[in-house]
Design a protein around this ligand. Sequence first.
Ligand code: ADP
Length: 688
Amino acid sequence: MAVCSQDLTPLRQTDEDLRREQQRQIFFMESLPGLVFHIYRDNTIRYANRYFRKLFGSPKGQPCNELLKCNGSDCSICPPKDAMDNDKALEKDWTAPNGRTFHVQYSPMTDSSGERMVMALGIDITARKEAEDALLKARDELEDRVRQRTKELQRANSQLRAKSINLVKAKKRADAAAQAKSKFLANMSHEVRTPLNAIIGMTELAIGSGNDEDRREYLDNVLEASTSLLSVLNDILDFSKIEAQKLSLESLDFDPRKVVGSALDMYRPTAEEKGLELFCEVDEDVPATLRGDPSRLRQILLNLLGNAIKFTAKGSVGIRAENADPEDHRHILRFSVTDTGIGIPEDKQQAIFESFLQADDSVTRKHGGTGLGLAISRLLVDLMDGQMTISSREGEGSTFAFTAAFDKASGEEVCHDEEPLPELPKLNILLADDNRLNRQLAATVLKERGHDITSAENGQEVLDLLRAAKFDLVLMDVQMPVMDGVSATRAIRTPGSGVLDPNIPVVAITAHALKGDRERFLETGMNAYVSKPIRVNDLVRAIASAYFGREGREASARKVLAGEEQTFDRETALSLLDGRVELLSMMDGIFLRDTPKDLSALEGALDSGDLETAKRHAHSIKGSSRTVGAVKAGSIAEQLEYQCGKGEKQAAFDSFASLKAEVETALKLIGAEQDGLQGGEDEDNSGG
Ligand code: ADP
């Protein structure tokens, strides 16, 4: 037998090596920190490393879909199947049922027994995935934020643009207004200077002239210039009153035909002088009486007529009045003033209604004027619920038309401006005005009418005189030093004031008759008032109204006397500050802060006999008390100020006691009011 011997040592050696190699591989796979498993075509996993087993348990005896909880999905799309079928390695992310995500590499190969299988190697990428997801989310959020911020910026940008456009517009308007105002000032100064020059020049001539006839002519010119100066000032006052909404219309029964007629009459002489024809047409259906403000209606007509005549060299000027809307429950009248004058260029037709503007604003313009007439007229027409329109052609003429609403006449007696002057008996009048010229003028006029006149320069002198002698009536300027007319009247009406006749009629003379002033004067006990400059007829009417109205008033005056004098008048204080509550509250603050100091300084000064200093502090207390409406404290302080000025030490001491009590009451009251306000604000703050 042939013995074929072969040395098996190398073979055994190879087997041994192989086994060792396999062991090394298994050891390596077992210790890997990732998934390793072998999956076969029959869906069994025949090897899984420790990492796998720890997560999913032992694969033995279980089909892979059960083991991996593959919830029965289509095995044909399973990546190991894919790798096996197509015999190619592939990589896929796989999220296991426990929620962790693996990046798995599937490699088809043949096992040691020659069977095809897929070896899967997976590493846990959950943390990376989460980080990536978070990053993506953050990026999306960032993009959202950027988008939103961009939108906001765009919006802010367009708001800013709109604002700056508005600012530019406002600046342009302000510039135009400033320009118009400075033109207006230059104009106004011219309008005021012209008559003033005439007044001064003519007066000098009159003084120097020995001839009565010349003198009369000069004085006629003075009167004419003064009247024109007054109308300029009235225009300015009217305009500011209307703008500040301080002008209210009267409500009187009147005859519209008379108003139109008297307006035309005013200009008849000028029209005749210029050779202009004047005409007037009032339709039949314009009622004979209406209720409204005849003087303001006449003022509008006079403005329009004045312009029409001023700007017309030849031809005619006239007024037409018609019933604009017979259906309306009020009477709507339409007035038109027509002329055949220079006309107004179309591009100026709106601007001339603006205050201070004129169609011809060149320095060389032919016609004077303030440029306020039309602005005032239009504001008045607004107040009468009407509208003003203009139609004009350059070189041919203009028509200014306006509507105005009136009420039905109430049946009261129709107002007649030219009522005969009332007859007054000879009166003993006490006249108080700090201005010597005004005093002299009123005294002369009244003396000429047979009255006896005694003069005083301030309210305190009025009180002293009324304590010493009987008078029939007081003519009282409102603004005077030492003691003003309102305080003096209050003092006269106060019980125990020592005046012989506390019911004596008082007529106020005032430079400013604004809305509310009338009520204020009458409320303090004045009986009538006239505005400066004083027109003789107005003065006589006011005196008559106060003097003859006395009897009817006695009863109510007695009521006032029996009652307490008013201590506080916060309402008037507020109205004096134009109704601005925040201003009053600021003044209250100053009053609370400064008045106690003033009061103790006043006491100190009185104690040391320094009446000059005491007077100063009394003056300051007077002002601040009145500002906050502590009227009684104000009156006592005023009295004290006067007493200090006169060196009446004992009287000043006496007044101080009552002043102190009054001021302390005021401090308490206003302090409490402020606290109330403060409390309210605090609540607001905590709420917001
Ligand atoms: P003024 O006091 O300067 O006349 P107004 O406000 O009454 O002021 O008028 C403003 C401007 O309107 C006048 O300066 C003038 O240029 C123009 N105007 C007014 N009325 C007429 C008119 N009837 N004909 C021509 N221009 C007129």
